[in-house]
Ligand binder design. Structure first.
Ligand SMILES: Nc1ncnc2c1ncn2[C@@H]1O[C@H](COP(=O)(O)OP(=O)(O)OP(=O)(O)O)[C@@H](O)[C@H]1O
Length: 232
């Protein structure tokens, strides 16, 4: 099953083209690493798939049937997103964030509670459940946002820089969870600069440069990004 189809997508902000003719597909259970230099367009592509940034051209389809242009709310329910910077609400405790995500994605209460318990223990946040975001460290806020994104069972999971701010133990745990999600059929698109770690997780890579696909293929054929020359 083709979980994601991105076809000839372009995006612009203030008449500057940020994405240029992007096309690729993802099968269920696959992990695709989006790589490239700072400013290559990785986060922009994620936001465009999510619909936060409007594409100017092309089409984006989930599960072969749900077109971003036709059924936006249904389409959005099929995506879970871990943003680069945590987007937590000052009014809600850690536990209330998890409950909010569970409700938004209509997760059964029993399953939601089981997952919260497991992930909270794995990320060592047991004593933080009733704290507000401002009393957490940066890494802890990142963990809370990560758990929120992992709670639902969506066909597509977008993860922008999953390992930033996490300690080594939390990185290893997240790597395990990403592999488990993929093994259960979720397709995962992730951006990262952790090129060594990504070789252990991803099946394929897609390299962006100045908003265009520069190369793509099997992760085994991925070579470390070349140093940028002045003409790039
Ligand atoms: N809201 C915006 N307004 C104007 N330009 C933007 C906006 N968001 C991103 N850009 C530009 O789009 C280009 C791609 O940015 P993007 O954040 O997608 O890069 P990235 O590949 O995710 O980089 P990084 O590795 O640093 O996270 C950059 O030139 C950036 O300046």
């Amino acid at each position: 099953m083709k979980v994601l189809e991105v076809s000839q997508v372009c995006a612009e902000i203030n008449n500057t083209r940020l994405l240029d003719d992007i096309s690729f597909t993802m099968e269920d259970g696959s992990v695709l690493a989006l790589v490239g230099h700072n400013g290559a367009g990785k986060s922009t592509l994620m936001k465009t798939i999510l619909g936060v940034l409007e594409k100017s051209q092309g089409k984006i389809i989930i599960n072969e049937d749900y077109n971003q242009d036709d059924a936006f709310l249904t389409f959005k329910q099929m995506i879970s997103y871990l943003p680069e910077e945590p987007l937590l609400l000052t009014e809600l405790t850690v536990m209330q964030h998890f409950q909010l995500y569970g409700m938004s994605y209509e997760l059964a209460e029993k399953l939601l509670n089981e997952r919260i318990e497991r992930y909270v223990e794995g990320f060592e946040l047991e004593d933080k459940l009733h704290e507000y975001p401002e009393s957490l460290s940066k890494g802890m806020r990142q963990k809370v946002q990560t758990i929120c994104a992992l709670l639902p069972d969506t066909p597509l999971l977008l993860i922008d820089e999953p390992f930033i701010g996490l300690d080594v133990y939390a990185m290893d745990y997240l790597e395990e969870l990403i592999k488990e999600k993929a093994a259960n059929g979720t397709s995962i698109l992730l951006t990262t600069h952790q090129l060594e770690r990504i070789k252990e997780i991803a099946d394929e890579f897609l390299m962006l440069q100045h908003g265009k696909i520069q190369s793509q293929g099997d992760i085994a054929d991925f070579r470390t990004i070349q140093r940028r020359s002045k003409n790039d």
